[in-house]
Design a protein around this ligand. Structure first.
Ligand code: MF3
Ligand code: CO
Ligand code: CO
Length: 278
């Protein structure tokens, strides 16, 4: 089955869901401080989504084939955790880096976005990994335009990560998104330009590179969800949901508090994406 092409009306609904996902990440920002537990961040986001936004947290009880139901409303992945970290009793301390991944459902449409948050002061190496991963995501986004290929995204991301001596996680990828959380196409974060399917206006998918400071190999913890680096090196991830437009790309998960596009890619973005705060 091929990627679904969204109608104008569906795209409008995806814009709403996308912005709401970004706004949860905005909301939680001031709470990410030394001493807070990942479980508290989950509780705060859950209440904001359900009580303030009237959205449904898509991760809660999400159970793809082969997985037990995810027990929480967001993912929190700390330090060498790559993705799908399960919120709980862990207390964040100064120097940690944490990815918070939020997926909301609004009027049956999904918006999916994640950011890295420093906890207090962090080491230069951690800051650099978070920055380069952010740039990787934007290099990927900047390749999206009708006529281009899905492989362009992965090639751009891989080149930038490896230029800095980092590695790209291969086992997880971006994904089509819409009425379903994960749909076609798969969006690889490594590969060759000019390969794979062509971008078509109306396609919506995520770009969410996971970049390791050390080797790319990963391992799953006994909780059945949390993914960690095998060599215990730090890992970072950023994620946006994007739309292929007639002229290029629109980022659906921008919000007032979202960091503006990486300066390095500004000249590559063939038109201004949906910049709310820039
Ligand atoms: N939000 C993740 C993604 O970007 C998926 C999390 S699945 C969950 O695709 F069940 F762990 F929430
Ligand atoms: Co995603
Ligand atoms: Co996500």
């Amino acid at each position: 089955m091929a990627a679904s092409i969204k109608t104008a009306e569906e795209i409008e609904a995806m814009r709403v869901a996308g912005r709401l996902a970004g706004e949860v990440l905005d909301f939680i920002t001031p709470h990410v401080k030394p001493g807070v537990t990942t479980g508290e961040l989950d509780r705060l986001c859950h209440r904001y989504m359900v009580d303030v936004q009237g959205t449904v947290p898509a991760p809660l009880n999400y159970a793809p084939p082969g997985y037990r139901p995810f027990p929480k409303s967001i993912c929190t992945s700390v330090n060498h955790q790559v993705c799908h970290g399960v919120p709980g009793d862990r207390i964040l301390k100064a120097g940690d880096i944490v990815n918070i991944d939020v997926t909301v459902i609004k009027d049956s449409w999904h918006g999916d976005s994640s950011r890295m948050y420093p906890v207090g002061d962090i080491a230069l190496a951690a800051r650099r990994l978070c920055e380069v991963t952010f740039e990787c995501m934007w290099f990927g986004i900047a390749t999206v335009r009708p006529g281009g290929h899905l492989g362009d995204i992965g090639a751009a991301i891989q080149a930038h990560a490896e230029k800095h001596g980092f590695s790209v996680v291969r086992e997880f990828c971006g994904h089509g998104i819409g009425r379903r959380f994960h749909e076609e196409p798969q969006v690889l974060h490594y590969g060759k330009a000019g390969t794979l399917d062509r971008f078509v206006p109306g396609m919506t998918f995520t770009i969410e590179p996971m970049i390791n400071a050390g080797r790319r190999e990963i391992r799953e913890l006994a909780d059945g969800w949390t993914i960690v680096t095998r060599d215990h090196s730090l890992s970072a991830q950023w994620e946006h949901t994007v739309l292929v437009t007639e002229s290029g790309v629109e980022v659906l998960t921008m919000s007032a508090g979202a960091p503006p596009p990486a300066a390095l890619v500004l000249d590559r973005l063939n038109r201004a994406p949906n910049l709310v705060a820039a």
